[in-house]
Ligand binder design. Structure first.
Ligand SMILES: [Zn+2]
Length: 594
């Protein structure tokens, strides 16, 4: 879709469609309040409905953005108009026969995440879904946004095109585009660079130990590798917004931009830098997968309620598989790092008991009530569609590759999904997704989908890895198995997780209990593993905890040690075919792994 830039003073008034113009001011940023003014011209109905979205695409949780709204007022010819609330996020203004309406409100913005709003003395950041009203019936109308920064040195960065000769004024071709284009306002560092002839910007808020030239060089490589996969860049300009602060991590994808949050001192350590680069590769990959290649249920966003889809495993999990693979292809890290990183993901997967309870398609469908709403039972009852989706995507890639001598791969699935659905933004159904994968693989995958996507069968990693000369090897813990995870919180040792069916659970230990002592001696989270190494399987220990402030002492019989770590290793004496398959997949020699 191409955007046309029209000046604010166009002729829509004569066409009997309203001209929608938002102004966003922030005269006292330290109060965290954005001051929003909506000016509506050429309006010709007796009531005006205004609805604040309850969620933002890409983050599947009802966040009730309307809760941050205050001081609502509506005017015509400077006189107040009557209004009432219809529901939690729905305001209705009596407009009578006026055609020029002004609506004013303020939005409290003090939540520093990629999908919420944040305003303080250092900057302003907002997402359209959390700041602007949707006008039902006028979703396809263009919208103008003028930003009024509190200080002259504050600049405005957004993927929306600027309206010429109107200071800090931007144009969105419709409401979806407005919601899909977050704003960064402040004295952030702004870098411009071209990739494949197209302009890109990187806006960085916050100090950190990054080297900007390294980040830009690596971003360029990622953009090039992903563009090559999909046959070019489907945008005219792209913006990366990067927020840096303490122990932060997160990203949100958009069509022509992405927002990233990362720890400010996470750029020198190699592993941490790799994780940052994977985040970039992930959000950028989404500009195709999920922003343009969308499940049918996300083809038209319903901003009033949950949009259920069973395909998030493909949107997020496949994107997660590629966020590991792309930096390898871009030469940012080597094949050892790739397999190390993947081994860590396999470990996370195989040590999550919920994989035996929740199927991948169900995890996707229930994202709204489960993945985004973790509790003490989540590990026992849920499987992340990111993590298992990534595992399943790797298996599908290996399956296609081994059936076609590496001449076909999951890349062909992505390209086909792009050509068939993404380019014209036609939503796909789960059946169409399966058909595309099957058409590339030339294999009937109904059994695969039934077992690994719609049910909870264990994934046969080694069966799929063996043709590529690799295997997953379990490393067993030294200590006997108790089955709890503990963390130190303000001097208290809190049991965060009790594994279903573990000795700890069978004995009665509960998540939330405060761990005090084992066999009468104080124990801390950091020393728990060492303390357990002094015991043997079948030994009975006494575990003292506070359960709701009451002292409880449980006898617990320890079990045999469990595998706590899984490594990806090469098979012994790999054949020529295995070596060939490996290098066809990862572009490196299998013997380099030894
Ligand atoms: Zn994602």
């Amino acid at each position: 879709m191409k955007e046309t830039i029209a000046p604010c003073t166009d002729t829509r008034l004569q066409e009997k469609v309203p001209l929608i113009h938002y102004q966003v001011a922030m005269s006292q940023p330290e109060t965290h309040l954005f001051e929003v003014t909506l000016r509506l011209g050429g309006y010709n109905a007796s009531t005006l409905d205004l609805k604040m979205p309850v969620w933002t695409p890409g983050s599947y949780l009802v966040r009730e953005y309307a809760k941050h709204l205050q001081d609502f007022a509506a005017f015509a010819n400077k006189k107040p108009l009557t209004w009432r609330k219809i529901s939690k996020n729905h305001w209705q203004v009596e407009t009578g026969d006026v055609s020029e309406v002004t609506v004013k409100y303020r939005i409290f913005a003090n939540e520093l995440t990629v999908r919420t709003n944040h305003l303080d003395a250092t900057h302003g950041y907002f997402n359209g879904a959390a700041l602007f009203f949707r006008l039902p019936g006028f979703d396809r109308q263009p919208i103008y946004v003028t930003i009024v920064p509190p200080r002259p040195e504050w600049q405005v960065t957004t993927a929306l095109p600027a309206v010429p000769e109107q200071a800090n004024t931007f144009f969105a071709s419709d409401f979806d585009t407005l919601v899909d284009s977050p704003f960064e306002i402040g004295s952030h560092q702004l870098y411009h660079f071209d990739v494949l002839g197209k302009p890109h910007e990187l806006a960085i808020w916050g100090r950190g130990n990054f080297r900007v030239q390294q980040i830009i060089a690596d971003i360029k490589k990622i953009v090039e590798v992903e563009a090559r996969m999909f046959g070019g860049l489907p945008y005219e300009r792209y913006v990366f917004v990067l927020h840096l602060f303490a122990q932060a991590y997160g990203g949100l994808e958009h069509k022509n931009s992405c927002s990233l949050i990362y720890q400010r001192f996470g750029f020198r350590d190699r592993d941490k830098y790799d994780r940052f680069i994977q985040l970039v590769a992930h959000e950028f990959f989404h500009l195709w997968n999920v922003k343009r290649i969308r499940p049918q249920e996300l083809e038209v966003f319903d901003y009033d309620q949950e949009n259920y889809t069973s395909c998030l495993w493909f949107c997020e999990g496949t994107t997660s598989y590629y966020d590991l693979l792309i930096p390898l292809r871009a030469g940012i890290y080597d094949v050892k790092s790739f397999l190390n990183n993947w081994g860590k993901e396999v470990t996370r997967y195989l040590t999550t008991p919920g994989r035996k309870v929740q199927a991948l398609s169900e995890s996707s469908f229930d994202a709204w009530i489960k993945l985004y709403r973790q509790d003490a039972n989540s590990g026992n009852s849920q499987m992340s569609y990111y993590l298992k989706g990534e595992m399943v995507s790797l298996l599908l890639d290996l399956l296609i590759r081994s059936h076609h001598d590496n001449q076909r791969s999951l890349d062909d699935v992505m390209l086909k999904m792009w050509q068939k659905f993404g380019r014209d933004e036609i939503g796909y159904t789960p059946q169409q997704l399966q058909q595309v994968i099957e058409s590339v693989a030339e294999i009937d995958l109904s059994d695969f989908f039934k077992r690994y996507i719609d049910n909870t069968d264990e994934l046969p990693f080694n069966q799929y890895l063996e043709p590529f000369g690799l295997q997953i090897v379990a490393e067993t813990e030294q200590e006997p198995y108790l089955g709890i995870r503990v963390s130190s919180e303000h001097g208290r040792e809190v049991i965060k997780f009790v594994e279903a069916g573990s000795p700890a659970q069978l004995a009665g230990i509960d998540a939330g209990d405060e761990l005090l002592a084992i066999d009468g001696v104080k124990v801390s989270a950091s020393h728990l593993s060492d303390r357990l190494k002094d015991y043997q399987p079948n030994d009975t220990i006494s575990v003292a905890v506070f359960h709701h402030e009451e002292l409880r002492i449980y006898p617990v019989t320890l079990a045999f040690p469990r595998a706590s770590k899984y490594l990806v290793q090469t098979v012994d004496n790999p054949s020529d075919l295995q070596k060939q398959n490996f290098s066809g997949w990862l572009g490196a020699s299998l013997t380099s792994m030894r």
